[in-house]
Design a protein around this ligand. Structure first.
Ligand code: COS
Length: 384
């Protein structure tokens, strides 16, 4: 399908594809088994100028948007959804600065992120604040020229590996969703430490850890936007990064289809490749249909967002739901086509099935996305 990418987008996609095929695919299983964080792959991305594809040129990026970020995430995820997450998770941690940072904050943080010298992470989730993002217990109290942070963030992607953390904390409990604020916290700040690395089902090359704040004093200049804007910072960020999760799912699904297709041509049963059996052909056809439909939705959603459209929550949620549900179905079918081999760790598809699962869960479960979509539909109808 021709998606009419610009020359620059095509170049970005090809560069990312080359890194995926040459650098990621050969190590994906090893990094998964060992839970190895892909600093070396970030270096390759940096050498190709890809770390800042979604960052403005004046801060050292390539000046693209959500679409360019998605193109990179998709290609990397074709080879490994976990390794791709070091890049995608940095996008999630960086978007609050892109959207709400002051000029000084942008100048201070974005160039190093664009150059791949620093990774970022986003701290919203807590033990009792997952789908209910407003359930946050972490507090930030202004004390002179500093905010003092106390609390624990849970399951933070790039935790411990990132240098820059955008963190949502409560500054006024009485104000409900308007009582949260967003902060930039640097690794190494006294009172800021990390919990143990989580042992996960999939995306095992990615680091997932707690962020622990114990009387952590951060300069008040590290407040993003204004006090009380934290919930909006989080929601507007997620509206722009959920298509990145969709792109990750799309990449994983594409990798799984490619593996299943290849295997179906090589595997001989009843004296013929299993690709000659209609039962297998129909599975492959359904996988391809779903992937292409997901790609069309994800790409168009990214373009819609990058056009500066005001209403993007519903579209972003739709892309995330559709692509992640597709990735789950496609990877399960890929395992089925590979049969016993599909269940073995020497073959890539069992890992893809494990990696796909998280895309239905993080950055808002698919149940929450459906709530967002339904509420937007109802809102649109009542405003007519
Ligand atoms: N953009 C801008 N503003 C938004 C918004 C969005 N996408 N979504 C909500 N808001 C605003 C609302 O307009 C409301 O503003 P007012 O205070 O002016 O009325 C405020 O934020 C609170 O919104 P709402 O009442 O809808 O909040 P809820 O507590 O009901 O939560 C959901 C809404 C469920 C959508 C939110 O909690 C959510 O996204 N949860 C999932 C969180 C998530 O993705 N977790 C994963 C962690 S990151 S890996």
């Amino acid at each position: 399908m021709n998606y009419f990418l610009t020359e620059e987008q095509q170049m970005i996609k090809e560069l990312a594809a080359r890194i995926a095929d040459e650098k990621i695919a050969p190590v994906a299983i090893e990094y998964d088994i060992e839970g190895k964080f892909p600093h070396d792959i970030i270096k390759y991305l940096a050498d190709s100028d890809l770390c800042g594809v979604y960052i403005e040129e004046k801060y050292g990026g390539l000046g693209g948007g959500v679409f360019e970020m998605a193109l990179v995430v998709e290609e990397l995820s074709r080879a490994c959804g976990g390794i791709a997450l070091a890049f995608a998770g940095t996008g999630l941690g960086t978007f609050p600065i892109i959207l709400f940072g002051s000029e000084e904050q942008k100048q201070k943080y974005l160039p190093d992120i664009a150059a791949g010298k620093k990774l970022a992470a986003f701290g919203l989730t807590e033990a009792n604040a997952g789908s209910d993002a407003a359930g946050i217990q972490t507090t930030a109290v202004l004390d002179g020229d500093h905010y003092v942070l106390n609390g624990t963030k849970q399951w933070i992607t790039n935790g411990g590996e990132a240098d820059v953390y955008t963190v949502i904390a409560c500054t006024n409990r009485e104000k409900g969703a308007r009582g949260f604020s967003a902060f930039i916290v640097e690794k190494g700040t006294p009172g800021f430490s990390f919990g143990k690395k989580e042992d996960k089902m999939g995306i095992r090359a990615s680091s997932t850890r707690e962020l622990i704040f114990e009387n952590c004093r951060i300069p008040k200049e590290n407040l993003l936007a204004r006090e009380g804007m934290g919930f909006i910072v989080a929601m507007k960020t997620l509206d722009r990064t959920r298509p990145g999760v969709a792109a990750q799912a799309l990449g994983i699904a594409t990798g799984a289809l490619n593996a299943a297709l290849k295997y179906s041509r090589e595997r001989i049963q009843f004296n013929q490749p299993i690709s000659s059996f209609q039962a297998v052909q129909h599975m492959l056809a359904d996988m391809a249909i779903q992937i292409e439909a997901a790609r069309a939705l994800v790409y168009q959603t990214c373009r819609h967002i990058d056009s500066g459209a005001k209403n993007i929550s519903k579209e972003s949620a739709m892309a995330k739901v559709f692509a992640s549900d597709t990735a789950m179905k496609v990877t399960i079918d890929a395992v089925q086509i590979l049969g016993g081999y599909g269940y073995m760790k020497e073959y890539p598809v069992e890992k893809m099935m494990r990696d796909a699962k998280i895309t239905q869960i993080y950055e808002g479960t698919n149940q929450i996305q459906r709530n967002v979509i339904a509420l937007e539909l109802i809102k649109e109808l009542s405003s007519k």
